[in-house]
Design a protein around this ligand. Structure first.
Ligand code: PEP
Length: 265
């Protein structure tokens, strides 16, 4: 039996509440219920509560884009996983924009992954190398370090449940043509998915390595999604820019359906 596909939209810091509500409405109209495709919308804190009243849970799950690792206390301006726990199924953790623009360290990411599990939120852990690391061919070393640090406090059962998104930072939001220099290829996605599973197997065993869901993310759109979704070991995609356009995003869901059912693109 084919594994379910997982499609995660990262709306990033976009749209006021009315615009987000219209996008959700359009997605409801366009996207059918697919029992073998799970669709997750990662939205801002501001949108989570009101859109939870609008969302059709048979079609979509909600995710946060970040949260703080302590559960409560003097952390003005932060939102904790314990505050989100009734509202979301998932949270992104360690997105490259958090690591690069907000200085999140390996330690911060590790504490956030643990805090997510402590509060029954499944982490979608984002890992990936920067352009200079890619050029120096240090990708595997970077992935190894980010992964081993982030999973340090977890059990094999927890690792089996979580999601890992491989996102080469140099290829995020870079357009459409993966034959160009700054877009990774489906073969890169396949190679890194295999590498991640191998690393997980060596620490947490076969069951965790086989069960963990691995996504590819970076400039995925309705044109190139099929090739990434067909790549061995890739369970789905994490979509930034293209998730803000309902034609594009529903095209990606359609590509996942066609990939699962072996239909022509
Ligand atoms: C992302 O934000 O994680 C992402 C993959 O963005 P984009 O699809 O725009 O490259």
């Amino acid at each position: 039996m084919k594994r379910k596909k997982l499609i995660v939209a990262n709306w990033k810091m976009n749209m006021n509440l009315q615009q987000a509500s219209i996008l959700l409405h359009r997605l409801h109209e366009r996207i059918q219920i697919h029992k073998d495709i799970e669709i997750v919308l990662a939205m801002s804190y501001l949108h989570l509560q009101p859109l939870s009243l609008q969302i059709d849970r048979r079609k979509f799950r909600q995710s946060a884009q970040n949260a703080y690792y302590d559960d409560h206390g003097p952390f003005t301006g932060e939102v904790s996983f314990s505050m989100l726990h009734d509202l979301v199924h998932y949270s992104l953790v360690g997105h490259s924009e958090r690591r690069v623009k907000f200085g999140e360290s390996l330690d911060d990411v590790r504490k956030k992954v643990s805090a997510a599990f402590r509060n029954d939120v499944l982490p979608i852990l984002c890992i990936g190398e920067q352009k200079d690391e890619h050029l120096r061919q240090e990708t595997k070393q970077v992935i190894h370090d980010q992964l081993s640090s982030a999973l340090l406090d977890l059990t094999a059962e927890e690792v089996a449940e979580m999601v890992i998104a491989y996102e080469p930072v140099w290829a995020i939001s870079n357009g459409t043509d993966y034959h160009g220099h700054d877009i990774a290829t489906p073969d890169d996605a396949k190679e890194m998915a295999a590498y991640i599973r191998l690393q997980i197997e060596s620490t947490f065993g076969k069951y965790a390595a086989n069960s963990v869901r691995i996504l590819y993310g970076a400039s995925v759109n309705s044109e190139n999604a099929r090739a990434f979704l067909d790549a061995d070991g890739v369970d789905g995609v994490l979509v930034g820019g293209a998730s803000l356009n309902y034609h594009e995003f529903s095209g990606i869901v359609n590509a996942a359906y066609r990939s699962l059912h072996g239909l022509e693109a």
